[in-house]
Design a protein around this ligand. Structure first.
Ligand SMILES: C[S@@+](CC[C@H](N)C(=O)[O-])C[C@H]1O[C@@H](n2cnc3c(N)ncnc32)[C@H](O)[C@@H]1O
Length: 430
């Protein structure tokens, strides 16, 4: 009877509310992980919590019916059939390798992993809005805080993916091992998982600045500690503009492999793309338009500029006299590529970029959490759909969260085509 009356969405709806009230409740994550892994022998990791979760939900939904473990188990089995339908990006039917998605965000690595015929067997992301987006697209709720998850609670996998936050390490004692230096950082959590699970390969991603962070010592510690675990490393800084995206995003990518391999990072694609290629022609929402203040400043620049590339001084009385803008003034300047920049201050050395406007024929700066690219020639900022194209996410990728959250999640994420091509190279060695 119960079999006929429940479906995934029903259960998911209930579960979601529970999760939001109690962030430590990992049963929802176990439940979705169980459903995603019933074919590959990994599901036993998640079965106990998944069953207890289903039992809880059924007890709430059908308070007068006795829910035994057998009933819960048959409900769970029934749910297995519907699973792939509920995900926009279902797992491949016959995967060639297993991977885990750490600091998963909205699953940029997962898209690349699945595209290369990989199956995700574990994900972790603690931000509840990112979890919502992840679930919307992959039908799975990631587990929360990775620092609280034992490495032996993670299933075996061939590849570990992680775009981890860059944090300073401590260099307090003499002769201290890498574990002492990295303890308490999220990189340490990657190390302990690698040490316990020994996947054949991993792919890490970070900001370009990792290279020079703490005068190079941070990167040195990272390389040292991964090498000590027995991994052979290859790393490189790659630009998203070299891989078909009109975004100047430069990132550090590092692959590690237990076997010594002649790994080569993907070659750049020599096709020049501009923002025009990602623009949605039908987009005319009011809330994307530049403010009147911005439009006035832009118009002022073009009305007053005499020579090409001349700096135009704006009326600083529009700004509070106590602020840097009020004291030093605002100058605008158009670069040869057409982009328009506003600077605070007069002298090149003290200039602080205050605003940046691209054009349809240029590329955007790196998108980050709270900066959405703006175009002066069409008088608006990018929509969420355009921002997702800027990171190479497919159009059918969905955001069940506010636009501000969506921009932030995209800014934190990876450029999918770059990840996809790197993983493609990695699969040659799996
Ligand atoms: C740079 S983003 C990675 C985004 C991801 N690569 C993607 O494709 O969207 C880092 C992520 O780590 C998450 N995070 C930070 N600390 C965490 C922790 N202790 N446990 C789980 N996730 C964490 C953040 O919420 C953030 O989404």
């Amino acid at each position: 009877m119960i079999k006929e009356r429940i479906d995934i969405e029903n259960i998911d709806g209930q579960l979601f509310e529970i999760k939001l009230v109690d962030p430590d409740n990992s049963k929802h994550a176990s439940f979705t992980h169980y459903l995603h892994n019933h074919k590959n022998g990994v599901s036993q990791f998640y079965k106990k919590d998944a069953l207890s979760y289903v039992k809880e939900i059924l007890e709430k939904e059908y308070p007068t019916t006795e829910i035994t473990l057998e009933v819960a188990e048959s409900a769970l089995q029934y749910l297995l059939f519907d699973l792939n339908k509920s995900a926009r990006f279902p797992a491949p039917e016959n995967p060639n390798f297993k991977f885990i998605d750490l600091f998963a965000g909205i699953g940029g690595f997962r898209l690349g992993g699945q595209k290369n015929n990989g199956k995700c067997v574990f994900s972790s992301e603690w931000d509840k809005f990112a979890q919502q987006t992840y679930k919307e697209n992959f039908g799975e709720i990631p587990f929360g805080d990775i620092t609280k998850i034992e490495a032996n609670a993670i299933p075996n996998h061939d590849v570990l993916f992680a775009g981890f936050p860059c944090q300073p390490f401590s260099y307090s004692g003499r002769n201290e091992g890498f574990k002492d230096k990295t303890r308490g950082t999220l990189f340490f959590d990657i190390l302990r998982i690698l040490e316990e699970k020994k996947p054949k390969m991993f792919l890490l991603e970070n900001v370009k600045g990792l290279k020079s962070h703490n005068k190079g010592k941070t990167l040195e510690t990272i390389i040292d500690s991964l090498t000590k675990l027995g991994y052979h490393l290859h790393w490189e800084i790659l630009k998203s503009t070299d891989f078909g995206l009109p975004q100047k995003r430069e990132r550090w990518y590092c692959i590690g492999s237990l076997n010594k391999i002649d790994f080569e990072f993907p070659k750049k694609i020599n096709e020049k793309v501009t923002l025009r290629s990602i623009i949605d022609e039908n987009e005319d929402s009011e809330n994307l338009k530049l403010t009147e203040f911005e439009l006035n400043r832009i118009n002022y620049h073009f009305q007053n500029v005499r020579d090409d590339y001349q700096r135009v001084e704006h009326d600083s009385s529009k700004y509070e006299p106590t602020t840097k803008k009020g004291r030093n003034g605002i100058f605008s300047y158009q670069k040869p590529d057409g982009s328009l920049r506003f600077h605070v201050g007069d002298h090149a050395k003290t200039q602080i970029q205050e605003a940046f406007y691209c054009t349809l024929d240029t590329y955007s700066p790196t998108i980050i959490a709270n900066r959405v690219p703006k175009l002066w020639d069409i008088g608006r900022k990018l929509s969420v759909l355009e921002a997702q194209r800027l990171q190479g996410f497919p159009d059918k990728y969905g955001f069940p969260v506010s636009d501000n959250q969506a921009y932030k999640q995209l800014g934190n994420s990876v450029s999918v085509p770059v990840i996809d091509l790197i993983i493609k190279e990695m699969t040659k060695y799996l």
